[in-house]
Design a binder for this molecule. Sequence first.
Ligand SMILES: [Zn+2]
Length: 42
Amino acid sequence: MINILEFFRNIPRKKCNKCGNDIVEQADCYHNTCDNCSHPAI
Ligand SMILES: [Zn+2]
């Protein structure tokens, strides 16, 4: 039986290309920046 917690811990975290913060996994994670950096009103 696979330990589900170990499975998720082994998943590589996406990091923002701009600030380096961890990106919260989203359904439409087509970009490599966090919500702050990908905000259109910059
Ligand atoms: Zn960022």
